[in-house]
Design a protein around this ligand. Structure first.
Ligand code: PA5
Length: 374
């Protein structure tokens, strides 16, 4: 499969993405730079998290509760634990807390703001089980409840949008997994170096003709993206979707393979509305079984859709996962700039949280999340 198959002419749009002044003006709070700091966030976050994580017993299973840009770290951790032989990691995006936890379970509540109603409620319910617990966030109610109950809390720096703090939010779970899973610990330093190298090719100063992230943004400019990935990387596909939603402010969806090849493919081939979509196919690293069905799926979809295959340069799982995450993040930010929208604010989410607050579920002005009745 030809990777990075960019056939759309880039020239008409390149001036927007290749003009440093326009990039600065379109991104006044510097989202591109913050997203690009993923390697440094991970490094600093791992340093900060080690002490907290050292106090936790080795869990047999990890249940992450969270929403949106915080919950995604659970998906990424689940993929890594599965691949490198760690405990089962599952993610719950619901105000209903897990009730099936025992002493060998670890409950991890992740909320950047620390004030998200669903997360707080699920966390409080989970605390009623005999499981151990860890919380991750920048403060708020989550920190307050954890301190009051003596639950270890891994703090992350304040003042960022949750989705731009991915490295800090992921680091505590990564530190926990790496502590108990030597192959993951061994892969980490090289993965961070590889990520920093990969980032150079997608920097704002690299012209569109040579910059995959800018090229992908241009390819998606007039299409609704659907991001597919083989099951081990479906969390990465979800991250692409949510970053496209929140940074670029576009409709986008994601799907997992091979399941999508057993149902969604029918809609893509037979629904006339498929025309306006672009399918991004994220490939797993290496030539393993997970990529085996991709050529056939791509050929079918290409009958109706614009299809782009994205193959990570890294051949090992952890570096490939991180590389694809950062590529998706930057693609979404460049798409925002192309569309003339500021990648930073997510007004609709704030409005939704305000509606929750109006219904008695509280909220912390400025932190953008709900607390209230938990
Ligand atoms: O990206 C976002 O801003 C949202 O998806 C939030 O992460 C989500 O609303 C949950 O908020 P928090 O991460 O503060 O718990």
């Amino acid at each position: 499969m030809a990777p990075h198959n960019l056939t759309t002419p880039v020239r008409p749009w390149a001036p927007v993405l290749d003009d440093p002044e326009r990039l600065r003006q379109g991104d006044p709070l510097g989202m591109v730079g913050i997203l690009s700091s993923l390697p440094e966030q991970l490094e600093e976050g791992l340093r900060r998290a080690r002490e907290v994580v050292a106090r936790l017993p080795r869990p047999e299973r990890v249940t992450v509760v969270g929403m949106g840009g915080s919950a995604i770290v659970g998906d990424l951790a689940a993929a890594l634990a599965d691949r490198y032989g760690g405990p089962e990691v599952r993610v719950r995006r619901t105000p209903d807390g897990p009730r099936d936890l025992g002493r060998r379970d670890l409950l991890v509540a992740v909320s950047y703001s620390g004030d998200t109603w669903e997360t707080l409620r699920a966390y409080q319910q989970g605390l009623r089980t005999p499981a151990g617990a860890l919380t991750v966030g920048s403060g708020g109610q989550l920190r307050a409840v954890s301190d009051a109950k003596g639950v270890p809390h891994a703090g992350v720096p304040e003042g960022l949008p949750p989705r731009a703090a991915l490295g800090y939010l992921l680091a505590p779970l990564l530190a926990l997994l790496a502590r108990d899973v030597p192959p993951l610990a061994e892969a980490l330093p090289g993965a961070l170096e590889g990520l920093a190298r990969a980032r150079q090719g997608w920097a704002p100063v690299v012209p569109t003709a040579e910059n995959l992230a800018k090229g992908l943004a241009i390819r998606l400019r007039d299409r609704t993206p659907i991001v597919y990935a083989p099951l081990p990387l479906v969390g990465v596909a979800r991250r692409w979707q949510t970053q496209l939603n929140e940074n670029a402010k576009v409709l986008a969806w994601h799907g997992g393979l091979p399941e999508g090849a057993h149902n969604e493919v029918v809609g893509w081939l037979e629904d006339p509305r498929a025309e306006g979509f672009a399918a991004l196919l994220l490939e797993a690293p290496g030539e393993g079984v997970w990529n085996a069905f991709l050529p056939g799926f791509r050929e079918l979809l290409a009958e109706r859709l614009d299809v782009v295959a994205v193959r990570p340069r890294a051949t090992a799982f952890l570096p490939a996962l991180l590389e694809l995450v950062l590529l998706g993040d930057l693609t979404s930010a460049y798409l925002a700039l192309l569309r003339g929208v500021d990648p930073w604010p997510v007004t609709a989410i704030g409005r939704l949280k305000a509606k929750l607050a109006d219904r008695g579920l509280g909220g912390t002005p400025g932190r953008g999340s709900a607390e209230g009745e938990i």
